[in-house]
Design a protein around this ligand. Sequence first.
Ligand SMILES: [Zn+2]
Length: 66
Amino acid sequence: MHDGVAAYVLGVLDDEEHEAFERHLDVCEKCRAELVELAGVPERLDELKQEPSASSGDDPPMSMSR
Ligand SMILES: [Zn+2]
């Protein structure tokens, strides 16, 4: 059951699985901590999408040198 965290965050669980996992979260501190960590990831991706030119580059998109 512990491996459901990513699927839960991504919203790909069935209704049944979703409910079951929320019940699991109630009793599983480990998954709650993992959920908090994983929940930050989509937000970070969103930020990157909103400001594509804001990052000053350790990986410039035009670079063909590697
Ligand atoms: Zn768990």
